[in-house]
Write a protein that binds this ligand. Sequence first.
Ligand code: G1P
Length: 291
Amino acid sequence: MRIRKAVIPAAGLGTRFLPATKSQPKEMLPVVDKPAIQYVVEEAARAGITDILIVTGRGKRTIEDHFDRSFELEYYLERKGEREKLDEIRAISEMASIHYIRQGDPLGLGHAVLAAEAHVGEEPFAVLLGDDIIPDGSLLPRLLELFERDGRSVVAVEEVPAEETHLYGIVEPEFVEENLARIVDIVEKPSPGKAPSNLAAIGRYVFTPEIFDCLKQVGPGAGGEIQLTDGIRLLTRRQTVYAYVYDGVRFDIGQKLDYLRASVELALDHPEVGQDFAEFLRDLVLRRKII
Ligand code: G1P
């Protein structure tokens, strides 16, 4: 079965990025010249997703404005003959059919995904977390391909250093083929020394609709929140769930350092500023005696 729908939870308060996120959503922080969430929507659209539900909350209205038409801006650009910019702005609102739902109470990531139930219905669907930017767009297509092949839920994971396992959902894997493991167990933010492996969930998932029933059954977990990880754990008790090991580039832009890394790397790839920026970086490294 082909997956058409994706859910992007974007209701978090962004406390790790204060004060920048005091009055604007963290999903709208620009990385070079696009808000972070646009990278995620583009990734989904490129993978063939045609219907996206963004789960928002209070103070997130600029996300809706961003993916909507902007008649004044389009009129202005048209009159000025700025064709390229006009096409770029229009493309944003045409990438997919984008819908919104409010989470209401911020009760956790699992609760946010559960808010998508009525929209998703009885279909398999993808979940993309807005904090993770994966510039190489090959991961989501790979997850969708695996789902089409096996009909099983798949969680993307990545090897992380042992001292970072407490920041993630960590899987206990049983490998069935190269880079693909059955999830024996999954634990949200295990305390140091308690992680079952160093394979961390990295914000890209494909689920069968049974995940909703599982999320309804789990109570508050780590941090007193309804955790997606706990829903996945229950799902593994009912059906096979896979973990796919990704080894490409990923930025967790919810972390300041990774946000800076993402900005530098994506600026280097940018057609307009990339070359000049590379020169600036070379000079900077020499001037600051970084190496
Ligand atoms: C969330 C999930 C966690 C996952 C992580 C990936 O945590 O709860 O399981 O590993 O995203 O970025 P958060 O980053 O919201 O603390």
